[in-house]
Design a protein around this ligand. Structure first.
Ligand code: MN
Length: 354
């Protein structure tokens, strides 16, 4: 078939000649021939599919190096590559969205006189951890004090327990002094950095940990979260998960490639995409602020609870009106009832009027 001029090819591909010249320069789509005398570019009509694909992928915002790779892959592999790219975009956007809403919360609370009018609140808390039935060691850490609540789930054949203990230990200085509501942002960011450094110092390269922690300021709770341990709040009898799992399957759920039910039974459901490790943090911890309301009950737990105890049993245990101590015992008992295949860690804290 006859070659097309760049103008004719551009019209057929619904692209501008300028875009085609760019794709040529970037190595994404070379013309079939270039007139050595004039430098005019000529295209084969068989190149239309590739030209259109390049245009669509540019519109998707895919980086040039990735576009080049996708264009050279056969259909199914190209489809998989685009799916993986989009899952990553969604995860990164979610993290930025979290930061944006954190800043909105933080700046709108700053300068308001809310803390002058709210009644004095406090927390009542309990923490439990248990190796469970199948694991030789307990690599989970759970801690609850008057200003700090934390769970961490260590991983790695050797040093997982050191990693989880170090992450929580690094936050304990927060117990020493009250945190003013207006300082929560800086305090949380510093705490996250301290935990990251402590894990790097304490753990070997392949060991790491999740970390989910709440810092109490008296009117607000600041949340630091990385990995697949979880925080929930029980409010008016309803249980809300307030953390997002940093797992591969959750990124597939958020990009629409997997349902929540499929994720729960996926063989790679425990594969983390963010964690604190011996070689530094993979990804950045999520930070968020939560207004404390009297009557709220918070739960922090490792996946030895959340992936083992069915949601309705979890809600039932929390909603029963028992004390934090009794609820924490009940959660450990439930994890055993459902096989206790993993280490167990949980923290239960009630916001109460003093
Ligand atoms: Mn676990």
């Amino acid at each position: 078939m006859a070659l097309l001029t760049i103008g004719a090819f551009a019209r057929a591909a619904r692209l501008s000649p300028k875009a085609l010249r760019l794709y040529d320069e970037l190595g994404l789509l070379r013309p079939a021939a270039v007139d050595p005398a004039t430098g005019y570019r000529f295209y084969d009509p068989a190149q239309l599919d590739r030209a259109r694909l390049v245009a669509w992928l540019r519109r998707l915002g895919m980086p040039l190096a990735d576009i080049r790779e996708v264009c050279d892959l056969p259909g199914p592999a190209a489809a998989e590559r685009i799916g993986a790219y989009w899952a990553q975009v969604v995860a990164e956007t979610a993290a930025r969205g979290q930061l944006a809403s954190f800043l909105v919360d933080y700046l709108s609370g700053k300068g308001s006189s809310m803390s002058d009018t709210t009644p004095t609140l406090g927390i009542r808390y309990a923490a439990r951890t248990d190796a469970g039935k199948s694991r030789p060691r307990n690599q989970d850490t759970a801690y609850a004090g008057s200003r700090l609540l934390a769970v961490a789930d260590g991983m790695g054949a050797d040093g997982g327990e050191r990693a989880s203990a170090a992450a929580v230990e690094a936050l304990k200085s927060l117990e020493d002094a009250a945190v003013a509501a207006g300082d929560l942002l800086n305090v949380l960011a510093e705490a996250a950095t301290a935990a990251e450094g402590a894990v790097r110092d304490a753990a070997d390269g392949d060991a790491g940990t999740t970390l989910t922690a709440l810092v109490w300021s008296g009117a607000q709770l600041g949340l630091v979260h990385i990995g697949d341990s979880r925080a929930y709040v029980l409010r008016d009898g309803e249980l809300f998960q307030i953390t997002t799992d940093h797992t591969y399957v959750q990124s597939l759920v958020e990009s629409g490639q997997l349902s929540a039910d499929e994720a729960a039974s996926h063989p790679q459901r425990a594969l983390l995409v963010q964690a604190l490790t011996g070689t530094g943090a993979i990804g950045a911890p999520d930070l968020s602020l939560h207004e404390a309301l009297a009557g709220d009950r918070y739960l922090l737990c490792s996946d030895g609870v959340s992936a083992v105890v069915p949601g309705e049993a979890l809600r039932g245990a929390l909603a029963g009106g028992a004390s934090p101590d009794d609820v924490a015992d009940e959660l450990v008992r439930l994890a055993y009832e459902f096989g206790a295949p993993d280490n167990i860690a949980c923290v239960v804290a009630d916001v109460v009027t003093l």
